[in-house]
Design a protein around this ligand. Structure first.
Ligand code: IVH
Length: 680
């Protein structure tokens, strides 16, 4: 076979395999036997081995490929990814409809109701029809680049289907929900239980955990799937859909899986009927649903209704009541968390509830147990309310026998015997209901801090889970997070039930964590009010850890998204000499204190303070290059056009941003003019 013949055959095979994948994974209507499919697939593999020039990232053979990553890169969404306001009652739905009608007086409103899928929001970017980048929602503006992981999901087209002779849209962002099927979730948990690994609390956590795997080969083993329900940025498509139903049809034609069922409604009554109808069928879907999403159908009307800072005004999520189960309360234990909080935990007769078996549930605090008069031996109602941890919500008094025993809350720390206190105000919304252990060296607190440091969302140290951390603390090898960096192989391998290989893996993970970005370290320290989102905000505002701790409360609040309470907490944390010592030991341990997210404030330069928006394809510069040039000259690049925009840089096939710029009278320039302004 010569190259040209190979090229033609390659194109044929790719097209054919893609058709079969779509039939199997999106339409659930297989069109070929497994054997014949494998034959085509292997022919393609052989061809690509023989002619490596033919191999492109969107080939069906490249679904699982690439090296494990050290860390996910961050990507900026071209349009922010917002969330939805929630409602729980019929009254709320009526209020919502009235509210939107007030924003659009005299307009006839048409609504779409679709299932609210309990998964993870993601963004898929297609450039000229090819899948180039997929990311998590993150903080709504920037997310993790999980392209390689998303490629393993067969219902995500690697290349958009387009009609013959129709050129694919220049830029398309598609929004959807990645989920683990209910069946896949149960299977995965059964496997994890058998392997002695911690089970996932719900399919959403399992999906999130799967997508955060750094090795795509592990992701490919998880039965992940996707449903798409929205668009982000679209450029170079003259016939864009104008309504949600048209958009879903378009996305379906492009090769995506869209929601199982949708309903059209014209009034609040019709909406409530649709919500009820969805509730009747939703348990049959392959994915877990926790509500109904109501959306205005017309995009023009959406534009008028607009957005709040967090969510669209034209959409709302109706949440179904959480499912409950009844079971016997066998006992109550008290757990001590990393902040010293004592949490009473219900030990339950195991019971099955929405996809998993529950044997423990939170009882919140002492007052809660007293107010509900919950006694050991009672039959209790438990509920999974969207939260990870199930809760005891009530006692079934009718089942009381008189043999139940009241619970006496401990008067000292059950872990270390130290004094406990209910002083208010330690935590947000904590009016003194939480008992806390006052001993910072309490082994439970030490373990909690170490587990938090090792957690996936923080320093991400593989193997640093409950079991190992308990051993490390018990044997006295480690008493704080800096201690991890002094561990030797013989220390770890010497622990009970620890092989040399696992020990080595864990220490490799510890060593790798030295390079983590600053925000992970900040989050890992467990400073009050510094969650992952706040840690990232600090990482954007400060170049190094030392800069963060050198800043005053005022300087900290100058940083975007950092308020007074957070700033106080950071300053207070660093005021403690023990914490300052810890930082010095981490420095000696060789940890990275620099922030890759750092965005210096508007620099001096010819474009200082100017805001740019890019649209369309520029003649010579790539989007990233243009952005770099603007930023180097002191300017900022924003993803959407507003009154604050100074310049829109328009290239070929510019989209709706150009229209908006014209409407708002924003100055429109081309690449040449941009280069001139940059002083190039
Ligand atoms: S639309 C700007 N539609 O729910 C509106 N979201 O609570 C964007 N979700 O972040 C969301 N099913 O992760 C939309 N049919 C659906 C959905 C859905 C699930 C998730 C999504 C979103 C969250 C908001």
């Amino acid at each position: 076979m010569n190259f040209n013949e190979a090229k033609a055959r390659h194109a044929e095979l790719v097209e054919e395999i893609r058709r079969h994948d779509h039939a199997y994974y999106v339409l659930a209507q297989p069109t070929i036997s497994d054997r014949d499919y494998d034959r085509l697939y292997h022919e393609l593999l052989d061809l690509e081995k023989q002619f490596p020039q033919l191999l492109t990232p969107d080939s069906p053979t490249q679904r699982v490929s690439g090296q494990p990553l050290k860390e996910f890169k961050q990507v900026q969404h071209l349009q922010p990814m917002l969330s939805l306001d929630n409602t729980y009652s019929q009254e709320d739905v009526r209020d919502f409809v009235n509210r939107v009608q007030k924003l659009l007086p005299d307009e006839k409103l048409e609504w779409i109701v679709e299932p609210k899928i309990d998964g993870l929001a993601i963004n898929l970017r297609y450039e000229h029809g090819v899948f180039t980048c997929g990311s998590t929602r993150g903080d709504g503006t920037t997310g993790d680049d999980i392209t390689a992981n998303l490629r393993t999901i067969r219902s995500i087209p690697a290349r958009l289907h387009s009609g013959i002779g129709v050129s694919p849209v220049a830029l398309l962002e598609v929004r959807g929900e990645v989920y683990l099927t209910k069946m896949g979730f149960e299977k995965l948990n059964a496997e994890r239980q058998a392997a002695g690994e911690e089970e996932f609390a719900n399919p959403r956590n399992a999906a999130a955990g799967s997508l955060k795997q750094l090795d795509p080969r592990n992701v490919a083993k998880r039965p992940l799937d996707i449903v798409v329900y929205g668009l982000g940025q679209v450029e170079g498509e003259p016939q864009q859909p104008q309504q949600h139903d048209q958009m879903l049809a378009w996305l379906k034609a492009l090769g995506f899986k869209t929601p199982d069922r949708t309903w059209h409604c014209r009034s609040a009554d019709e909406l409530l009927a649709a919500i009820e109808a969805l509730d009747q069928v939703r348990r049959k879907f392959a994915y877990e649903t926790d509500g109904a999403v109501i959306k205005l159908n017309s995009f023009a009307q959406r534009e008028i209704a607009g957005f709040t800072s967090k969510a669209p005004r034209w959409s709302i999520a109706y949440k179904y009541a959480a499912e409950q189960a009844e079971t016997r309360l066998n006992g109550i234990t008290v757990q001590v968390g990393r902040t010293g909080a004592l949490t009473p935990v219900a030990e339950l007769e195991p019971v099955f509830l929405t996809g998993s078996t529950i044997s423990r549930a939170t009882l919140h605090n002492e007052d809660y147990i007293r107010e509900k008069d919950i006694r050991i031996g009672d039959t209790v109602k438990i509920e999974k309310a969207g939260e990870v941890i199930p809760a005891v919500v009530d006692v079934v008094l009718a089942r009381r026998t008189g043999k139940e025993v009241a619970f006496r809350f401990p008067t000292q720390c059950p872990e270390c015997g130290s004094r406990i206190s209910r002083a208010p105000g330690i935590d947000e919304g904590d009016e003194g209901v939480v008992w806390r252990c006052l001993n910072p060296d309490c082994p439970a607190q030490v373990r909690g801090r170490l587990e938090h440091w090792c957690a996936r969302g923080a320093m991400d140290i593989e193997g640093g889970g409950e079991v190992l951390v308990r051993q490390l603390v018990q044997t006295g090898l480690v008493s704080d997070v800096a201690g991890l960096y002094a561990l030797t192989l013989s220390d770890v391998a010497g622990l009970e039930r620890m092989g040399e290989k696992s020990a080595r893996n864990f220490l490799d993970g510890v060593a790798a964590s030295k390079q983590r970005d600053l925000w992970r370290l900040l989050f890992g320290l467990g400073i009050l009010h510094v969650g992952a989102g706040v840690a990232k905000a600090l990482g954007r505002g400060f170049a190094t850890l030392d800069d963060v701790f050198a800043a005053s409360v005022d300087q900290l609040t100058d940083c975007e998204d950092i308020g007074e309470v957070i700033a106080q907490s950071v300053v207070q944390w660093h005021g403690d000499p023990r914490n300052r010592q810890l930082i010095e030991r981490l420095r000696k341990g060789g940890l990275n204190f620099k922030s890759a997210l750092y965005q210096p404030k508007a620099k001096a330069g010819p474009l200082a303070g100017k805001i740019f928006v890019l649209t369309g394809t520029l003649p010579t510069l790539k989007r990233e290059e243009a952005t770099a040039k603007i930023e180097a000259a002191g300017g900022k690049v924003s993803s959407s056009v507003s009154k604050k925009t100074d310049y829109v840089v328009a290239g070929a096939e510019a989209g709706s941003k150009l229209d908006k710029a014209q409407k708002l009278g924003v100055k429109i320039i081309d690449e040449r003019e941009l280069l001139r302004l940059c002083g190039a």
